[in-house]
Design a binder for this molecule. Structure first.
Ligand SMILES: Nc1ncnc2c1ncn2[C@@H]1O[C@H](COP(=O)(O)OP(=O)(O)OP(=O)(O)O)[C@@H](O)[C@H]1O
Ligand SMILES: [Mg+2]
Length: 324
């Protein structure tokens, strides 16, 4: 069944339905039946504590799951956006990772890295590839591009390497860019620059963006919608402003209460969430969050809740959603 917020987007680029990801042969589900969709030009933010399955969702969409892990259920559909080249018109997906420096191959120059992607995706060779690589580096804010092409990743700062990864992703002219914690390894100034760059590129190219962060500030800045994940399930999804102002799932509320603030009028210290994320092999019966939840009732221990509509395009998988 399509959810109300899924219904409105007839021009979806990416549609994920009931996705299940597991280590084959094991009962535990790393991703347990999640569904969402994303239209061209839109940004969806995935949030949640460490280990809740944000990266695995990205890898499944990018067809880059680790060797031991497989998609065992559900569908991931990419609509033809007509941008592909040759006979294949499938939209291209590019992905950037959390730790830029260790994601780049240390034995290749930045030039080699960019030019090989330009050759693969755009058929550019020799001087044409070099000129386009320089243009891409300049586009992501790296000056002296000509000499930088001869540099190796270890000669760049983390922020510069993240820009290189973004340039590499752009070489594929992606219809969908997946950014998995793209700023976590960076200082706040560089983080702000990278977020600004992503905003500009999205506006310029019309690409869709799937951004993962455990930092709700990053999601608030970039995303149109957000989905909160817990133990492989989506437990709340909403337009990002609604999520921040009217989170309904106690877990989403707790995540927001954990956010540090620099507002001098708000001196409340961040409130940690009690307990810890259960192991996938040892999930509690009922709602997975109930052992940590102050609102849990007997019902929550019996069965996992279905989605409850708590506002326009806003759903929470909770028997006792917090009202505004
Ligand atoms: N290679 C692997 N083989 C089997 N299970 C894995 C593998 N990598 C991760 N997992 C499991 O998959 C689950 C989801 O991991 P994932 O990396 O998607 O979490 P995450 O939400 O991205 O966390 P973080 O915020 O720390 O990046 C975790 O329980 C983890 O133990
Ligand atoms: Mg991750």
């Amino acid at each position: 069944m399509r959810r109300p917020w899924e219904e409105q987007q007839l021009s979806d680029l990416l549609t994920v339905r009931d996705l299940v990801v597991q280590v084959p042969g094991r009962a535990a589900k790393i991703i347990d039946g999640i569904s969402f969709s994303l239209a061209a030009g839109q940004t969806l933010g995935l949030v949640g504590e460490s280990g809740c399955g944000k990266s695995m969702t990205c890898y499944a969409i990018a067809k880059a799951l680790p060797r031991a892990v497989a998609q065992t259920g559900g569908t991931i559909t990419l609509a033809n956006d007509g941008r592909g080249s040759g006979k294949r018109k499938d939209p291209t997906i590019a992905m950037i990772f959390q730790d830029p420096t260790s994601s780049l191959n240390p034995v290749h120059t930045i030039g080699y890295y960019l030019e090989s992607s330009l050759s693969r995706h755009q058929g550019l060779r020799g001087n044409d590839a070099r000129l386009e690589a320089m243009r891409l580096l300049e586009r992501v804010g790296i000056d002296q591009a000509k000499s930088r092409l001869r540099s190796y990743p270890h000669q760049f700062s983390g922020g510069m390497n993240q820009r290189v990864m973004i340039a590499h992703a752009l070489a594929a002219k992606p219809a969908l860019l997946i950014a998995d914690e793209p700023t976590t390894a960076l200082d706040v100034t560089t983080q702000a620059q990278i977020l600004h760059l992503l905003e500009e590129l999205r506006a310029e190219t019309g690409m869709a963006l799937l951004i993962v962060s455990h930092d709700l500030g990053v999601i608030a800045r970039l995303a149109d919608r957000a989905a909160v994940m817990y133990c492989g399930k989506i437990v709340e999804t909403a337009p990002v402003v609604d999520l921040l102002e009217r989170a309904a799932h106690p877990y989403a509320r707790a995540l927001i209460d954990c956010m540090p603030t620099i507002d001098p009028d708000d001196l409340e210290p961040p409130v940690p969430i009690p307990g810890s994320v259960p192991l996938l092999e040892n999930l509690p019966a009922g709602c997975y969050y109930h052992p940590r939840c102050p609102r849990a009732s007997a019902r929550c221990t019996a069965s996992f809740p279905g989605p409850a509509s708590v506002g326009p395009l806003h759903e929470a998988w909770c028997y006792h959603p917090v009202s505004a």
